[in-house]
Design a binder for this molecule. Sequence first.
Ligand code: GAP
Length: 453
Amino acid sequence: MQDKMQKIISLCKRRGFVFVSSEIYGGFSAIYDLGPLGVELANNIKRVWWKSMVQEREDIVGLDSCIFMHPKTWEASGHVTGFSDPLAECKECHTRLRADHLLEEVGIRADEKMSEEEIAEIFKKNKEKIKCPNCQEKGNFTDVKKFNLLVKSNLGNFTDDWQKEPSYLRGETCQGIYLNFKNVLSSSRMKIPFGVAQIGKAFRNEITARQFIFRTREFEQMEMQYFCSPQEEMQEYEKLRKFRWQWYIDLGITQENLKWHQHENLVFYAKEAYDIEYNFPFGFSEIEGIHARGDYDLTQHSKFSKQDLSYVDHRTNEIYIPHIIEASSGVGRIMLAFLCDAYSEEGDRIVLKLKPALASYKVAVFPLLANKPELVAKAREVFEMLKTDFTCAWDDRGNIGKRYYSQDEIGTPFCITVDFQTLQDQTVTIRDRDTTQQERIKISELKSILEKK
Ligand code: GAP
């Protein structure tokens, strides 16, 4: 299965989905850039998410808060003291490693959401079995200690000792939603229950970078926070779980490759927490967290900001701090899941069977022969006609078979060829990526047929 992962990594580089950041300087660990096809795929993921989360929902609005927030935000949220991973250091080669990941390597599941104390205890008991992945030394590790994941900066601080009072790059996007709760309420007609969604960058000083774009230090999150009364929290939570699961199914993810993982170790304020996991080549791993967070977030921000964040419910005249349920996912992780799910090999053909809504290019247009100006001109005409409505690729290199294979590999669902018959009767062939069947259709009907497909 790791072999499949290597093939996907190589496809991503070869065809321009994902590049290692700063590659000409030897790369920058756990940071990746999106190439020309990757940015299209990521934009499509974000677009369909936004459409289902905001555009099609009367009860959810959007927001775009900044990466930087008042540093108190992160004290209130608990990130300054509690947002850490368990770190162990190899005493031989001094490589710093995540203790829970080392335990997983020897088959001991250390839940990401377990307390550090618990993980430290389990690590101590089992460390003789564990090898350093760098120098292979066995059992020679320091005790586990907490390593805070917040990324610090000197933004707005012009002193040399800014480290004492840093500002933070946000570790999750949802805090910007909490801080704007009252602004959204007073500027819109939203009434509880309602949600606020946003997509944006988040940063975490992850100790170990693993599995390509699965775990990176800079990544993009898509988060929706739903504010509700204490009584309706769990009912809304169940609705949200179903809604988010269906999103993946509608986008073509193989159902057997998805599963729920219920957190056994809930943080003290949480009512319930489930992750949606995808069956990556390296095993089932989280792509989205769906959590019932109680009134923790707004209570904390109310306490730290000394602002009243309570809500008067006009349905019951009750006054309460709204409870929050959230759906939180990462664009990169979801993109990797879609790539893994869509990747298939059929004989010597590699095909990315992405749903058309996700595919980087929807259509590719080819002139049958590049050295026949009349074919090239007609194909250009078709390309120009389609490009305003569909993301189109143009290809006139090599033979048609090679061009089909090249588009299959990046997931383009339809290829259109302009040939000599086109010049006679204004028809083209349209070839389906998944069936490889070709149909001849009128140019005048192309747009409507593609829209339907
Ligand atoms: N507000 C809740 C929250 O941030 P999380 O489980 O820490 O919860 C939510 O993160 C999602 O963000 C994950 O399911 C994953 O898709 C994505 N994510 C988290 N850390 C990531 C990382 N280092 N690299 C890529 N994606 C990450």
